[in-house]
Design a protein around this ligand. Structure first.
Ligand SMILES: Nc1ncnc2c1ncn2[C@@H]1O[C@H](COP(=O)(O)OP(=O)(O)OP(=O)(O)O)[C@@H](O)[C@H]1O
Ligand SMILES: [Mg+2]
Length: 448
């Protein structure tokens, strides 16, 4: 590869010089711009591998530069340099798509780390490194497609991601996928259940400790942060972190440094932070049981997993896939789900989401006889006011399937129309139908 080229945008000569020298020692060429105008001109002329920009510039701010780069579809990572204490701006920048941030005064070790990460990302994209992953997120509903494309996008930068969703909806799976699709994939993915660690051990578990720092500390110990260095740290059930640790975590995120228990000096760490909880964190912030500043920092980008019942069209695919997997794991032939069994699954509310579906199928696999899994084998809990096995159950299900399909169709039509700003001709084209047939359907569904 050629010598990488970095665009540095800053109006302070001292910083420009510092960055130029540091990058030069890393065999990276720099090109400097003192303001937005000059930066835009350079970007129009040259291809860069990385852009480092100050937030405050004489003719605007770094956010405008991020916008400019995004609008042009340039794929270079942008990192912003912010004044000490103005993390809020850094968060704004990451929400806009910035790769990462540095605070002034610029810490050289952090700078080198950031630059290496960013260049790895560029190369990673350029070489189109093999991104096949072990895990797959199933579901062809519009939301699931959207989530998959979001995962791919956020995997490239360093912004903390907060994954929300009901229990069993796939939060941990999404966290793993973000890691597997990121340039950090060959480094560790460390998942921690924050609710399962005794409070008195927490600090040492997270940040490590020095031998002799407390009774029982018989040797130096690495914490989760050190274990995840270079990789990804997934804080599961983050709502369960005690307030005392929330303060320390906030510091670690902001400074990108940690201090092991009993240690004098802070050590730099390079981790991508992902977090998740099934609790309503925003509500906990209001109630004062979760720090607002920490919430704001771990939630730079939110990925929300809708409950399974809200994407019932995914159920057949997921169920079939899980059933095949379970059967293979148990050395059994793969049974077929009868149509009425599938319909019953599509009607069921799944308070425990995909995990519950997995459990139901596992039980059915063990209980069923013959080659098929029938409704009865599922032993679905009866929904309120809706006994599971009515004599005319099949008919009731058929009606509900129709309503269900109409809803799916409605949603799809509305989405495509919206994509095409209400242009029916374009929408019909995208849907592969004639304009007449589109108008007919809209009328039938009461969407005219
Ligand atoms: N879209 C999906 N495609 C395939 N498997 C899925 C999907 N969503 C979830 N799963 C599977 O369902 C199970 C539960 O998912 P996961 O552990 O990620 O849920 P969670 O949201 O972290 O749950 P909890 O809140 O209980 O921790 C896992 O076995 C996971 O692989
Ligand atoms: Mg989980």
């Amino acid at each position: 590869m050629n010598m990488p080229l970095t665009l540095v945008v800053d109006d302070e000569p001292d910083i420009l010089e510092l960055l130029e020298i540091t990058l030069g020692r890393m065999n990276i060429q720099t090109c400097c711009a003192e303001n937005l105008g000059a930066a835009r001109q350079l970007l129009a002329k040259q291809r860069f591998d990385l852009c480092l920009t100050d937030m405050r510039l004489p003719d605007g701010d770094g956010l405008e530069l991020i916008d400019y780069i995004q609008e042009r579809g340039l794929s270079l990572p942008v990192a912003v340099i912010t004044a000490h204490g103005s993390i809020d701006v850094a968060i704004k920048a990451m929400k806009k798509g910035a790769f990462d941030f540095l605070t002034k005064p610029v810490d050289l070790a952090a700078l080198r780390q950031l630059v290496n990460n960013a260049l790895q990302t560029s190369q990673f994209q350029a070489t189109g490194k093999d991104r096949r992953t072990r895990d797959i997120l199933l579901g062809e509903s519009a939301v699931m497609r959207e989530i998959r494309s979001k995962i791919q996008k956020v995997a490239r930068n360093q912004a903390p991601i907060y994954i929300s969703g009901e229990s069993g909806s796939g939060k941990e799976l999404v966290a793993k996928l973000i890691h597997q699709q990121s340039p950090r994939s060959d480094k560790p993915f460390v998942a921690i259940n924050c609710g399962a660690i005794p409070h008195e051990l927490m600090e040492s578990e997270f940040f490590g400790h020095k031998k002799g720092s407390f009774s029982g500390a018989i040797a130096d110990k690495q914490g989760f942060f050190q274990a995840a260095d270079g990789g990804t740290l997934f804080l599961d059930e983050v709502a369960d972190l005690p307030l005392s640790l929330q303060v320390k975590l906030l510091r670690a995120i902001q400074e990108k440094k940690i201090r092991p228990v009993g240690e004098q000096l802070e050590v730099p760490v390079d981790v991508r932070l992902l977090s998740a909880t099934h609790k309503e964190l925003a509500k906990m912030v209001q109630e004062g049981s979760f720090r607002q500043d920490l919430y704001y920092r771990i939630n730079v980008i939110e990925l929300h997993l809708p409950p399974l019942r809200a994407r019932a069209s995914d159920i057949p695919q997921i169920a079939t896939h899980l059933l095949a997997r379970l059967a293979k794991a148990n050395g059994l032939p793969v049974p077929e789900l009868t149509e009425s069994a599938l319909k019953a699954l599509m009607r069921y509310a799944f308070p425990g989401n995909v995990r519950e579906l997995e459990n139901i199928l596992e039980r059915a696999l063990a209980l069923h006889e013959g080659r098929c899994i029938e409704v009865e084998d599922l032993s679905l809990p009866a929904a309120e006011g809706q006994p599971a096995a009515e004599p005319d159950g099949v008919r009731a299900q058929a009606i509900s399937l129709e309503t269900y399909l109409a809803n799916v169709e409605k949603k799809a039509l509305v989405a495509v129309l919206k994509d095409n700003s209400g242009d029916k001709v374009a929408a019909a084209q995208q849907l592969g139908m004639t304009i007449r047939s589109l108008c007919y359907r809209l009328k039938k569904l009461g969407l005219e």
